[in-house]
Every structure is written in C-alpha cells, then in structure tokens.
Write a protein that binds this ligand. Sequence first.
Ligand SMILES: Cc1cc2nc3c(=O)[nH]c(=O)nc-3n(C[C@H](O)[C@H](O)[C@H](O)COP(=O)(O)O)c2cc1C
Length: 172
Amino acid sequence: MDVLSAIRERRSIRNYADRPVESEKLEKVLEAARLAPSASNRQNWKFVVVQDRETIARLGDACNGQAFVGQAPVFIAACSTAPGSVMSCGQPRDTVDLSIATAYLILEAYEQGLGTCWLGSFNEGKVKRLLGIPDPVRVVAVTPLGYADIRPKPTPRKTREQIISFETYRDD
Ligand SMILES: Cc1cc2nc3c(=O)[nH]c(=O)nc-3n(C[C@H](O)[C@H](O)[C@H](O)COP(=O)(O)O)c2cc1C
C-alpha cells in the first residue's frame, strides 16, 4: 500500500473485534514510531504497550469512559520523557515529536490491517498511575489498537481551496 492510500483510507476505529493482535504486526507498528523524525533527533519518547485485559478495562475509565477503549486488545501510551522544551519557533518539542511518532504508528497500524483511534480525551493522572509512568514524563497521546469490528464511513475534510494558498497567506 502506498502512503497516500493509507492516509486516504485510514479511519478512527471505535469498535474492536475480540481478536488478538499478532506480535509481528505489533512490532511493525512500534517500529514505525521508533523510526519517526524528532526535533534535533532527540527521540525523547517512550511508548508503553498494554495488553493486560484488566488494565485496558481500567484505561477505558481513564479515557473519560470511552467504552471502546476497554474492548481493544492493545493500548499504547505515547509519552514524552523530556517535556517543557520549546523550539526557537515557539512550539513545544514534545507534543510535536510525539504527534509525528503517533501519526506514523497509526498509519503503519492501518497498513497492517489494524485499527486505532488517537485519543486526546483522557485523564493523564489516571493513565500515569495505571501504567506507573513517573514525573516529569507526560502522556501526549494514547490509542487503542486492534482489529476493527465496524469500518466507519469517511469523515469530511475541508477542500484544498479552503486550506491551501500559494506564495502568500490568503484568507479568502
Ligand atoms: C489530537 C486528536 C485527539 C482526538 N481525540 C479523540 C478522542 O478523545 N476520542 C475519539 O473518539 N476520537 C478522538 N480523535 C479522533 C478524531 O475525532 C478523528 O480523527 C476525526 O474525527 C477524523 O476522523 P477519522 O480519524 O476517522 O478520519 C482525536 C483525534 C486527534 C487527532
């Protein structure tokens, strides 16, 4: 599958089949995150992979009761090990770096036939306590991982005209 096809076809999955994820597939998904670029190549990240069913059920509660999280066979927390650093452009390194790595991870998951759902709605304190994540490490993104039970319809996107301008910024 080419990259653009994966980008086009990927969906956020909120229904997971009761089917385990093969370890070879999980390895590929994690490899995509490992190989992601980061500012100054610092790679200040850790990915916590959870497969214990009881912990995953509790993580569903930590994700503000999003019940589908508890259905998935795998849960991944993308963590920044060096939060607080700001690039000269004014943007935080850790959220940018972890977002790139998580995007790579979810695309490789799609390539492997697996579903994910990037979650920003979670209680960081609860996730950290459940997974033994120490301070000052921050949880930037989390996702369930597993086989989709239902393939959702595509969600709309703005048109090119709405979001792209050439040479100078234009708001029209
Ligand atoms: C930063 C971020 C946070 C998100 N948080 C949640 C969430 O907490 N719960 C959820 O169900 N979906 C969440 N989503 C998924 C978006 O709703 C979804 O990506 C968007 O509606 C587009 O749909 P698609 O992913 O199927 O293309 C999040 C996505 C991103 C990128």
